[in-house]
Design a protein around this ligand. Sequence first.
Ligand code: NCD
Ligand code: ZN
Ligand code: ZN
Length: 347
Amino acid sequence: MPESLTIRRPDDWHLHFRDGAMMRAVVPYTACQFARAIVMPNLSPPVTTTAMAAAYRARIVEAVPPGVQFAPLMTAYLTDHSDAADLAAGFADGVLTAAKLYPAGATTNSAQGVTDIANIMPVLERMAAIGMPLCVHGEVTGDEVDIFDREAVFIDRILAPLVARLPELKVVFEHITTSQAANFVDGASDRVGATITPQHLQINRNAILVGGIRPHMFCLPVAKREEHRLALRRAATSGSGKYFLGTDSAPHPRHAKESACGCAGIFNAPHALESYVSVFEEEGALDRFEGFASENGPRFYGLPLNEGTITLDKAPLAVADELDCGGEAIVPFHAGETMRWRLRGVG
Ligand code: NCD
Ligand code: ZN
Ligand code: ZN
């Protein structure tokens, strides 16, 4: 068993920075690990235009600690009224890397999302034509569908018909949580990839509900049964280039999660790499970690691999019970635990 692991510097292909003081407090956690990150646009109000994405990118860049190399990759939030020409221009200019589909009502700050995929078909056709990737929160909404089934139903009702209709469109099935999602991705063309979070590799739904409701384990899509966690571990460590690292780090103030109606989202940015690498170690797949963390994502997006490396040491790491993020207490993933790996630094 190696005592340390050095890999090409990785990227995070899905996360939430928020804005304002909280953004300034959380950006350094990501920037010190990852060279780039796909930044989600579900602010309030959402980042729906190229101009809004450019302004948000500038605010993020200002929050990167001096001497740290980090590039935010911006996304635009699709609505029923998205302007295909604006998004295409933003993609051509390098302001936008992708556009994001939130089914309206599916998750945090998705109220202005898409109410019917038919409403954005012209935008998606344009994206397919210019090679602009679509990032997808893959859950249906609607009271008739059980929350544990919403991802699988999304595949049948929305995603499979979409990729059949637009086979050229690059689609990232974000934060997958089920064996059905992994099966779908495995069977799809190489235009379809998926991100997997550390929490969906680490926990099943018991972590949320056994012994009392544990709001800091709650995110969307909600963690499923153990068989699904095991399927995700197989997918992430399989060596398939379709799967890549996307933390879905989603900070919410402690009080907003410890509430009668607690927010969905797990803040895993502080120790994301340590969390992932322990999974790869447990699966006997440390040799496949670099592909998942540092190679598959850029290859899918058509971006260069990073220069430089990071090193993780096999050494105990105590995780704080909570962190002060711009004046708000936030409970991180793995709070209070001792992790087995520790990030040494960016080389
Ligand atoms: C995310 C958030 O808080 O913005 N929450 C979550 O539970 N994953 C939104 C999202 O990625 O769906
Ligand atoms: Zn989501
Ligand atoms: Zn997310």
